[in-house]
Design a protein around this ligand. Structure first.
Ligand code: AMP
Length: 227
């Protein structure tokens, strides 16, 4: 048997509309399996904060709840994938979001002889997404996610994970922008469900229940897909 095949870093994709819980689940999988969460949304927000050319181009598009150009996002992801920690395996959270990005990912992985272990679709009701998104906030210190109704820290405004007290809310987590983000998801990203089904790597999970139950389902899928 070819040993190189056995040591290939895992590649997992999380698909789902904004608010489905991709970020929360990616962080849990990161902790459980040691993979690295790659969120193109986080990478873009960092680029915006740093004022890079990509960040400057992306800022207004993100604030409008639309998709940043394939070229910018693919370049950002390509650069990130070359970093050393990605050899632990990656969980792609929010990428790909278009067929062009999915094809670019296939090409990138082909260059390194990697393959997609699973594309996991988090299935949710659109109607619940606005509530989920408008109540969420994040620890500025470690990035742990919280929610006004579904996941509060033990002590108000103090992060359970790192003790940080700087909680931040995303500029695009408001009702109007969420509507555009959901529209972009259905028009441009939902077709990837058939794309990955056609490649025989699609897995689906009901993402409307308790975070810990969903995490258990996801862990079972990941264990099977990476063993
Ligand atoms: P997220 O944090 O994944 O919800 O992404 C926040 C915003 O960043 C999205 O609404 C888009 O404007 C942009 N974005 C993130 N990932 C992508 C992507 N793969 N393609 C295009 N735009 C993206």
């Amino acid at each position: 048997m070819n040993m190189a095949v056995l040591t290939r870093p895992a590649v997992l994709i999380l698909l789902g509309p904004p608010g489905a819980g991709k970020g929360t689940q990616a962080r849990m999988l990161e902790e459980k399996f040691g993979f690295v969460q790659l969120s193109t949304g986080d990478l873009l927000r960092q680029a915006v904060a740093a004022g890079t050319p990509a960040g400057l181009a992306a800022k207004a598009v993100m604030e409008a709840g639309q998709l940043v150009s394939d070229e910018i996002v693919i370049n950002i992801l390509r650069d990130r994938l070359t970093e050393a920690d990605c050899t632990k395996g990656v969980i792609l959270d929010g990428f790909p979001r278009t067929t062009v990005q999915a094809e670019a990912l296939d090409d990138l992985l082909a260059e390194t002889g990697q393959k997609i272990n699973a594309a996991i679709s988090l299935e949710v009701d659109d109607a619940a997404m606005v509530d989920r998104i408008s109540g969420r906030y994040t620890c500025g210190g470690c990035g742990e996610g919280y929610h006004d109704s579904f996941k509060q820290p033990a002590e108000a405004d103090r992060c359970d994970k790192c003790g940080g007290t700087e909680m931040t809310r995303r500029a695009d987590d408001n009702a109007e922008t969420v509507a555009s983000r959901l529209e972009a998801y259905h028009a441009q990203t939902a077709p990837l469900i058939s794309y990955y089904s056609g490649k025989d790597v699609l897995k689906t999970t009901n993402a409307m229940g308790e975070i810990t139950d969903i995490a258990q389902d996801m862990a079972a899928i990941v264990t099977e897909a990476t063993s």
